[in-house]
Design a binder for this molecule. Sequence first.
Ligand code: GRG
Length: 282
Amino acid sequence: MVVDFSLYLSETSEKVDVELERRLFSTEIPKDLERAMAHLVFPGGKRLRPVLLIAACEAAGGTQGDAIRAAAAVEFLHTYSLIHDDLPCMDNDSVRRGRPTVHIKFGEALAVLAGDALQALAFETIGGATESWAQGAVSDLALAGGGRNLVGGQADDLAMGDSDAPSAGLAGRIQSVHGRKTAALFGASASIGARCALASSQDRTRLERFGRHLGLAFQIGDDCLDRDKKESCTILRVRDERSARQLAGEHLRLAAEEITGFGSSGEALRGFIRFVAEISAK
Ligand code: GRG
């Protein structure tokens, strides 16, 4: 059975949104801070990471309900990183998800605090689970979100100049930043989904690798879509578009290989591959 992926994505996102709403709003959060936190969470973006987490859980034999809480946590963490990434001291962007960025709308101080609070909320959400998977999931999320991955990748991205000529060294540095900023959280999402289904460590490793390859292909597709922006950390500095697309295709092939053993329960994951392939072809 081939899954209609856009339907799967929209229906599953709706469930994620309900969970995000349930966990974000609290009478104990000052209203101005809460509004700044909610601004980028709703109506939100594509919800790829939480839906990937849920799809990985289903591939490993779990249900959407098993994964929904962890899915919300991953989206909170991702959204915090976008808020901080847009700040004047980082990328200084004024539009995100089609709306004014959080610092444009609420000021810089509240944007920093909204990001901080969303990151903590991510860990409160996932760490508050009483199931046996909670500890491993906290560890996956912390590893993907910390200095060894997301934050470290961001630091190296900021430090990257735009004058270096194309070289194998530059290609390696760009790939390393993409691996840490994008692929690590995709990999962690798939790994956490597997944990929610109490998957074997072999299946979890496969799903994590699936998520990483998918994330790398997604980042290459994103670089191609942003071809007209002046970015210092883009694959297009070291490859032309044709060769970048070939590399994305290779990552998608490797992703598909990781999930051959999952049979029909892996159909939504195969939908992810088709979805990212379409982005990379634009
Ligand atoms: C500031 C700690 C810190 C980290 C910043 C996530 C990040 C690291 C930067 C965001 C900018 C960027 C282009 C990152 C690469 C990952 C990526 C393509 C993010 C956008 O992901 P989408 O397209 O976004 O899934 P939506 O809005 O759909 O959720």
